[in-house]
Ligand binder design. Sequence first.
Ligand code: SAM
Length: 211
Amino acid sequence: MKYHIISVFPESTSSYLESSLLKRAKENGIIDVSFYNIRDYTEDKHNKVDDRPYGGGPGMVISAMPVLKAVEDAVEKSENPLIVFFTPHGEEFSNTMADEIKDEYTDAIFICGHYEGVDARVTQILKTKNVSIGNYVLTGGELPALVMIDAITRRIPGVLGDGLSVEENRIAPKDPYTRPECFEYQGEEYCVPEVLRSGNHAKIDEFRKEN
Ligand code: SAM
């Protein structure tokens, strides 16, 4: 899966992609991430990416043209891309959406808004899939891009150690425990539930289902 991040601050996402599972997936050639700085697609000498909103109101809006050009560039480097636009008013992201994207597309192009958002003509022209990652407002679409990259990537076969690590394929512990078996904290003793130490897998599964 190839991801393309279009943003005014694309570098803000890079450190998360350089650790743990996503780093390994990149090294193994399972995913690839490209960055497009909207500023690089401006034509004026100050590389201005935003302007005041028509109709008045606070904040600035990212202009359409540099975003459209950045998307053109990403599309050229893609096979079968989905163009995602991040907005708090979009369809809420879920595992189901992650699977649909992973199964139906080779590339996901993420348009990350910032400030008061992006000129509405971008979504009208590109007929983007408008996605929200939850019922709250963030400063930009960079975290939503990372959330989607993480959630989609861990569902690609071969990314996690074994297929059983994807939650739906097993009875995942909601409350996990690890060593030591017991410890004392502020005068109280805290122990791992007896059944998890029993080695009886049928009972362990039953306990996890109940919990
Ligand atoms: N007033 C703007 C609006 O209602 O769209 C808020 C813009 S927000 C400060 C800046 C950008 O962050 C948005 O254009 C969008 O790309 C991203 N964003 C903020 N919250 C989001 C969310 N819950 N899900 C997805 N993207 C979000």
